[in-house]
Design a protein around this ligand. Structure first.
Ligand SMILES: Cc1ncc(COP(=O)(O)O)c(C=O)c1O
Length: 403
């Protein structure tokens, strides 16, 4: 659907938003009408190089042919059946994912927050089933982001932030420790703690990669204390950081991993994967969802993940991530460039991230601002060197006028 199909201009569309829409996002000043590869095209035909990729979702590019065809074909066969039936896309996707990331069982959900929600529920039930009624606490990291539902908001270690303000009281059972600080996590765990939950690279928190020692230390701590290690790979998963899952590159296997975003290629789907032993925690009736594992989303995800694997997009992420990171250090006013693969944060010495974001959009480049001084670049994983050069040139010109 395009504005013109309804005889509307951009201003008409904005007016309709103002009239009817619950607005919780500050939008860019254009209508995103079509997507093609690394570009979004607006109502006037202007092209924007998309280095936010639908917030780390469009990893094979906009309207990737294989993903699009899979969706169209599946829509003609079966759009929704419910989880009372065996459906082929669901189980083929389950096998594809489990075999490629070294996990044994999968549980589908519809989003990142829901994937984390079910991971939290699984950990709690596992703790109570095996160790008694008080063993349900989970330690997460300060500055983390795990979603907007009430449990995942409680898991999110940003006390007193705007995203949490006035949604309290939160569900009990969460405490926070300092990211990349093993002693802090050791101190936060007690005999009632059943799990530690972290992002291998904190995304919304400012693109902060975990150190290898930290993740390895958490693994050891969990093994010693009979706790579960839960990785939230909603943002880092499916090639983003240079391996299919970030944990594969770190060499630290979690007991349970959540995923969403890139796995669906634009369709809403999430999941958690575990060992077979841990999966025994759930039986019939333990959890459920009407849409989770929906055939269209699963068919899209099967195509998306196949494309990521067959086109070796993790390798491209690693290679071009290193190339882009290196270039970005030449921007003026830079304090630090960090990240893994094509998940890159640029921290400036001044709080200019929002200005960089909106001024770059005016110049035809889309990025996000994750902290007042930090921009995030998460382009499609099949991006080219030339497109990285173009993004750098736009940023260079924009930032030069701000510092
Ligand atoms: C690490 C992480 N976990 C969870 C979420 C929530 O995912 P969703 O927005 O699909 O609910 C996000 C979203 O940004 C995320 O980055």
């Amino acid at each position: 659907m395009k504005a013109n199909d309804f005889g509307k201009t951009k201003e008409d569309i904005k007016e309709l938003y103002n009239t009817y829409f619950y607005e919780t996002f500050k939008r860019f000043d254009f209508v995103a009408e079509t997507g093609s590869g690394s570009y979004i095209i607006d109502e006037d035909g202007k092209e924007y190089l998309d280095f936010m990729a639908g917030i780390a979702v469009n990893s094979t590019g906009h309207c990737n042919k294989r993903v699009t065809e899979a969706i169209v074909n599946q829509c003609q066969e079966m759009m929704h059946a419910s989880n009372y039936f065996y459906t082929v896309p669901q189980v083929m996707l389950a096998e594809l994912i489990c075999k490629n990331i070294g996990m044994e069982k999968i549980y589908f959900q519809n989003s990142g927050a829901e994937a984390n929600e079910v991971m939290i529920k699984l950990a709690r039930k596992y703790g109570k089933d095996n160790f008694g009624p008080n063993r349900y606490k989970i330690v997460t990291a300060l500055n983390s982001f795990h979603g907007r539902t009430l449990a995942t908001l409680a898991a999110t270690g940003q006390p007193d932030s705007a995203i949490q303000k006035n949604y309290d009281p939160f569900i009990p059972g969460f405490s926070y420790a300092e990211y990349n600080n093993l002693e802090s996590f050791e101190a936060a765990c007690d005999e009632d703690t059943i799990a530690i939950m972290v992002e291998p690279v904190q995304g919304e928190g400012g693109v902060i990669p975990a150190t290898e020692e930290f993740l390895k230390g958490l693994r050891k701590l969990c093994d010693e204390k009979n706790m579960l290690l839960l990785f939230d790979e909603v943002q880092t998963g499916w090639g983003r950081t240079g391996s299919l899952m970030a944990y594969m590159d770190y060499g630290v296997k979690p007991d349970c991993v959540s995923m969403a975003k890139a796995m669906g290629g634009g369709m809403p789907i999430g999941a958690m994967c575990t060992s077979e032993k841990l999966a025994l925690t759930f039986g019939p009736g333990a959890h459920g969802s009407t849409y989770a594992g929906n055939p269209v989303c699963c068919a899209a995800s099967y195509a998306q993940i196949s494309e990521i694997i067959e086109e070796k997009l993790s390798d491209n992420s690693k290679k071009l991530g290193a190339y882009l990171k290196d270039k970005l250090t030449n921007l003026p006013g830079v304090k630090e460039v960090r990240g893994r693969g094509l998940m890159i944060g640029v921290e400036f010495t001044k709080d200019i991230a929002n200005d960089v974001k909106y001024n770059s959009a005016d110049e035809g480049l889309l990025i996000t601002a994750v902290r007042p001084s930090v921009i995030r670049l998460v382009p499609p994983l099949n991006i080219t060197e030339k497109e990285c050069d173009k993004a750098f040139d736009i940023l260079n010109s924009v930032v030069s006028k701000l510092v």
